[in-house]
Design a protein around this ligand. Structure first.
Ligand code: AFP
Length: 357
């Protein structure tokens, strides 16, 4: 079994040697940081990583101690990478030019240091999500505007899942690779072993993931899609579906990578101006690149997620991604948003009630 750098060299064999060096160095730095994050997370309350800090992030969200420790880990490691001119984090209001490499690094990194924070004390899988963008004005210290790039500009993206195993799943736009951390290896030189490559998401599925407690706030196309899945074999889909909701996007996406499925965090009509819960730059875009590289599809309901150009760093978007045939179906439902769900079909047996008039 080959390890991270050898696998990246093989994956990038068709690239310019400079690109190979820059990308593989940077991905190794991120992998190193995440091995440390995973080690802290695995100690639970023993590492004093549980519980709330006394701070909030720029979006007014209370921060967990592990959020801050993970962010610190990422920043400390990225600061020593000569290829990274700057980074942006869910936990930081503005972008951070690298203290040592802002004037010459060719890359920008955007990350969610700890996704799924609400699951930390429950000991449920959590993760780190990262996105690597080109620094188009290399030589100039990067500012917020330099990061406002659509997801299809990403040169690489990935996540690390801190579960029973610690896995890093990444793409350099040449398919999806899965690495497993050898936890017997020393933290100073973590050994990431290539355990799967050429990940392909099945085009069909019988499994969807959504927070069903928000059902009364979904728009009609999503109401219809989920109601038809719940109607099962006696409904329009003529097959039964299963539902999951882990509340850790990294865990949901990894399940989809392993067996297909659909993940939905749709627009919520509670606050129409607030387009969704998940962030475009460091949750939706990197996951969208991974899913599309694995043969799936990723949309906000009506547009491909990778085509969206961020207006602001912490922009939120609706996220619907996974098995291509199902996403195609959801796109078709959005193409006719006035099509009503035939509620008679579900009036007796469904948990779903008539959407608010
Ligand atoms: P936290 O990091 O605040 O726990 O949010 C996790 C997340 O961004 C994403 O990983 C989950 O899919 C989603 O939020 C869960 O949202 P709900 O708590 O509304 O179900």
């Amino acid at each position: 079994m080959i390890e991270l750098r050898a696998a990246l060299l093989a994956n990038l064999a068709d690239s310019h040697p400079d690109v190979v060096t820059v990308l593989s160095d940077t991905l190794e730095v991120i992998a190193h940081a995440c091995a440390r994050i995973g080690e802290i997370a695995s100690q639970g309350a023993l590492a004093q990583a549980h519980g709330w800090s006394d701070t909030v992030n720029s979006q007014g969200e209370a921060q967990k101690r592990l959020d801050l420790l993970a962010d610190e880990c990422m920043r400390e490691n990225l600061a020593h990478c000569p290829h990274v001119a700057g980074w942006a984090s869910e936990e930081l209001e503005h972008v951070q030019p690298s203290p040592h490499h802002a004037e010459h690094g060719p890359l920008l990194v955007v990350y969610d240091p700890l996704d799924g924070s609400s699951n930390i004390e429950a000991n449920i899988s959590i993760g780190t999500i990262f996105s690597i963008l080109p620094h188009r004005y290399r030589g100039a210290r990067p500012g917020d505007a330099d990061f406002m790039q659509p997801g299809h500009q990403q040169v690489a993206a990935g996540y690390v899942l801190y579960g029973p195993a610690t896995l890093m799943v990444l793409t350099c736009r040449r398919g999806v690779l899965v690495f497993t951390l050898d936890k017997r290896s020393p933290l100073q030189s973590p050994r990431w072993v290539l355990t799967h490559e050429g990940v392909q998401i099945p085009s069909g599925t019988r499994e969807f993931a959504i927070n069903a407690s928000n059902q009364r706030f979904w728009e009609k196309p999503i109401q219809r899609y989920i109601a038809e899945c719940v109607a099962g074999e006696n409904g329009p889909r003529m097959k039964d579906f299963n539902m999951r909701w882990v509340a850790s996007m990294v865990a949901e996406v990894h399940r989809i990578m392993t067996r297909g499925g659909v993940f939905l965090y749709p627009r919520d009509t509670r606050e129409p101006i607030k387009p969704g819960r998940l962030r475009l730059m460091y949750e939706a875009a990197p996951m969208a690149l991974l899913v599309e590289q694995a043969g799936g599809r990723a949309i906000n309901g009506t547009s491909e997620l990778l085509d969206l150009i961020p207006d602001v760093l912490h922009q939120k978007v609706p996220v619907i991604l996974g098995s291509k045939d199902e996403i195609d179906r959801i796109v078709s439902y959005h193409a006719d948003p006035h099509e009503n769900v035939s509620w008679q079909l579900f009036k007796t047996r469904t948990l779903f009630v008539q959407p608010q008039a």
